[in-house]
Write a new protein. Structure first.
Length: 198
């Protein structure tokens, strides 16, 4: 016979888990993985340190849960309604506007994903999500290179130019050096496109 958890306890557990994830995201984004101790997460989440281990067996497991949640959300934002059959310039516009929207709506998540080095603690599932997202991007760009739409260089180099420009744009916005309004985002898109196109 399956034992069911009372509705109120299910809700409370879910709330605690989300509080832990929210607290860890803010701390990891600000302090990095190695600068964030589990007791700090517990204090910010307003739970006991032991409670965290009821939901996540280690700090690494907690970081992977966050990485998977937010990397999937980023991927879904980019790929939702992606115009795979459209001209590449339209595809690039779709990508650029979607990642800029993600950055505007999820600044802390983006900081966690992109401004810290995760390699040492990512598990197999996290790595697979990363590889799949990068593989999709590489395939689209490689096709545009083969069609002589983009500069005849390695897709990985073009990806680095695009993503590096995006990260610098977001960082400039966070530091108050740029206003991330529609005009700035469009101007940045035009500049990056000029750097990519053949």
């Amino acid at each position: 016979m399956t034992q069911t958890v009372p509705r109120g306890e299910r809700h409370e557990g879910s709330d605690k888990r989300e509080a832990i994830l929210d607290a860890a995201l803010a701390l990891f984004a600000e302090r990095g993985f190695y600068g964030t101790a589990v007791p700090l997460v517990a204090d910010k989440a307003k739970v006991g340190a032991g409670t965290i281990y009821r939901y996540f067996p280690s700090k690494e497991a907690l970081a992977n849960a966050l990485f998977q949640r937010h990397k999937r959300a980023l991927g879904e934002t980019i790929l939702r309604d992606f115009p795979f059959d459209a001209p590449f310039r339209e595809q690039f516009h779709h990508f650029w506007t979607r990642v800029c929207r993600y950055a505007a709506e999820n600044p802390v998540a983006l900081q966690f994903l992109e401004l810290h080095h995760h390699t040492s603690y990512l598990d197999e599932t996290s790595r697979a999500i990363e590889v799949q997202l990068l593989g999709t991007a590489k395939g689209v760009i490689a096709q545009a290179v083969s069609q002589q739409i983009l500069k005849p260089v390695a897709p990985e180099l073009l990806m680095a130019i695009v993503w590096g420009s995006f990260r610098a744009l977001v960082q400039g916005g966070c530091e108050g050096l740029l206003r991330l309004d529609d005009e700035t985002i469009a101007q940045a898109e035009a500049c990056v496109w000029e750097a990519l196109r053949r």
